[in-house]
Write a protein that binds this ligand. Structure first.
Ligand code: AMP
Length: 114
């Protein structure tokens, strides 16, 4: 699997990167659905939520949540709240098969989602 997100990780295509560690990368979504819309991804290739193994990936997922909290603070949306979304598979609306967490904020979110 070589998705567009692998190309962003490898700097083969540009992205507006806001956060990076050895294992996690975060960049602004190209088609933002909220004033703040950032994608947080692992650098290793995990296609989707159903490929996550707790025993193997627990630390990595913890780092993704740490990233979300730090970015939310930096973006000034931590206090008012935000939404984290991971779409999985066809019915989940997943388009890019490289695990990613959407961080959405800066406006009132609605429920139920579409
Ligand atoms: P999903 O539908 O959950 O798979 O989300 C994929 C997201 O990736 C969408 O919100 C797209 O707008 C976003 N996206 C696709 N290509 C790029 C890109 N080159 N740079 C930033 N975001 C992208």
């Amino acid at each position: 699997m070589n998705t567009i997100f692998s190309k962003i990780i490898n700097r083969e295509i540009p992205a507006n990167i806001v956060y990076e560690t050895d294992s996690v990368l975060a960049f602004r979504d190209i088609n933002p659905q909220a004033p703040t819309h950032i994608l947080i991804i692992p650098k290793i290739e995990i296609p989707k939520v159903t490929d996550i193994k707790g025993s193997e990936h627990a630390e990595l997922l913890g780092e993704m949540y740490d990233a979300a909290n730090k970015i939310a603070k930096d973006e000034g949306i931590a206090e008012n709240g935000f939404r984290l979304v991971m779409n999985c598979g066809n019915n989940g609306g997943q388009e890019v098969y490289h695990l990613h967490m959407h961080l959405l904020g800066g406006r009132q979110m609605q429920w139920p989602p579409g």
